[in-house]
Design a protein around this ligand. Structure first.
Ligand SMILES: C[S@@+](CC[C@H](N)C(=O)[O-])C[C@H]1O[C@@H](n2cnc3c(N)ncnc32)[C@H](O)[C@@H]1O
Length: 191
């Protein structure tokens, strides 16, 4: 995969492809149409494990169909539930969690991620994340008066820098609300 700094999904997938090993455990916290889940499964090559969460039946169906038609491995679990309940399904440790926030693409559904549950989910994912593990979050300005992105920015900015490294990557010369990326690495052990 070639790097593309200006396409947020392509950018985090490039980094994930370079960071992940095939025996790791990854969580797609917003399965949507299943593209990230399929991407993670292909990296794992049947050895590690991929968990995918989505609250919407439509998304779970789309992800299931995409994987059944395109993934030669069966090392994945698709869970129809809120990502804030990640700790109810996974004891950890996990090596990676990825969030692509917002609405289900190409759908009429008005269901979107919201800061309250996104925050609970990020906290839960940080708890079960292995030392040196990563969380990638693609967030969008605009869709909810930027509340989710701005609240997330506040929360992540205040994480203890001895315990977590946090980076923020965004396009700054366009005004059509491009997505931006938060990258968090856990620097301490909880297992
Ligand atoms: C931008 S889409 C994700 C795109 C996806 N990663 C892909 O590759 O197609 C965001 C998804 O988050 C889901 N979502 C919204 N609130 C959620 C929640 N509380 N827990 C889990 N998923 C949620 C939506 O249903 C939607 O499918």
């Amino acid at each position: 995969m070639k790097i593309n700094f200006f396409n947020i999904v392509g950018y985090y997938q490039f980094m994930i492809e370079n960071l992940m090993k095939d025996d790791m455990v990854a969580v797609d916290c917003t399965a949507g149409n299943g593209n990230d889940t399929l991407f993670l499964c292909n990296i794992m090559k049947g050895k590690g494990k991929v968990f995918a969460f989505d609250v919407q039946e439509e998304a779970v169906k789309a992800t299931t169909e995409l994987l059944e038609g395109n993934c030669p491995y069966d090392n994945y679990v698709i869970i129809k539930d809120c990502h804030s309940k990640i700790g109810d399904f996974i004891d950890g440790p996990i090596d990676l969690a990825v969030f692509n926030l917002g609405y289900l693409p190409n759908s009429k559904s008005e269901v979107s991620t919201t800061f309250d549950t996104t925050l609970k989910s990020v906290e839960a994912a940080l708890e079960i994340l292995r030392k040196k593990g990563y969380i990638f979050i693609a967030a969008y300005l605009g869709h909810d008066d930027s509340t989710e992105r701005n609240s997330l920015f506040e929360y992540l900015s205040c994480l203890d820098s001895k315990k977590y490294k946090v980076a923020n990557h965004r396009l700054i010369n366009t005004n059509n609300y491009p997505p931006e990326l938060f990258i968090i690495q856990k620097m301490h052990d909880t297992f």
